[in-house]
Ligand binder design. Structure first.
Ligand code: C5P
Length: 223
């Protein structure tokens, strides 16, 4: 069955400090959402792409995305989770879903192909992750440290996150749920999520510093 990529691009991008919604901010002259979609196409692993955008940007998204029949634009929601749910609803035929942030605009197509290959090999949930370089601490509301998980056992999780389609549908079936990533919802169902090595270039462009880094990478500065 078809591999359908869902691209949440409906965020406001407040942390980036730009007036344009984040996915529409150019990196190296090209809007992030277009770069992300081009990466999915270049992977050769995806049959169809559904991009979720703010309601007032549907027309501009259609205009700036590659004009192929395999890319569709739908209206996203107030939270990322609502945007992903809108994408799931728009793809009743999907056998596999990849959920891939528009903000991870420089993700190598090879990483997308690796996630898809694991899904096709029978893994129900696959996420890319990188070892963390900082020590991570949990803190309470007052800023007091409550714990220091062992760093070697931590991964910074990226996208695309891949799922058997019915599993992702079940994870999203409950209204009012909250999670910062899709795999978190699947974990709550008690289904094992498998990590594979991520890629530094799949970093999420979130802050002004990230934007400068992404521009420099596309400028040929290399990393
Ligand atoms: O805010 P954050 O960086 O976690 O957003 C990750 C991705 O989710 C971005 O590509 C953003 O456009 C998308 N998003 C969305 N709908 C929202 C909020 C975020 O599609 N309501």
């Amino acid at each position: 069955g078809p591999v359908v990529a869902l691209v949440p691009a409906a965020g406001r991008g407040v942390r980036l400090g730009e007036s344009t919604p984040k996915a529409f901010v150019p990196v190296g002259g090209t809007p992030m959402v277009r770069l992300a979609v081009e990466g999915l196409i270049a992977s050769g692993a995806v049959d169809r792409i559904i991009v979720m955008v703010p309601t007032e940007l549907v027309d501009s998204a259609v205009a700036l995305l590659p004009p192929t029949g395999s890319v569709q634009v739908v209206v996203g929601g107030a939270e990322r989770i609502d945007s992903v749910r809108a994408g799931i609803t728009a793809a009743p035929d999907a056998a596999y879903f990849l959920v891939h942030d528009a903000a991870r605009a420089l993700t190598p197509p090879e990483l997308i192909a690796r996630v898809t290959a694991e899904l096709r090999a029978g893994r129900p949930a696959v996420v890319p992750g990188l070892p963390v370089t900082d020590t991570i601490k949990s803190v309470d509301a007052a800023g007091a440290v409550t714990g220091t998980p062992e760093r070697a056992g931590l991964r910074a999780i990226q996208t695309p996150q891949g799922f058997a389609a019915d599993l992702l549908r079940s994870a999203y079936a409950t209204e009012g749920i909250q999670a910062t990533d899709d795999a978190g919802l699947v974990e709550r169902l008690g289904v094992g999520v498998h990590t594979i090595p991520g890629d530094p270039l799949a970093f999420k462009i979130t802050t002004p510093l990230d934007l400068r880094l992404a521009d420099a990478v596309l400028d040929g500065a290399g990393i």
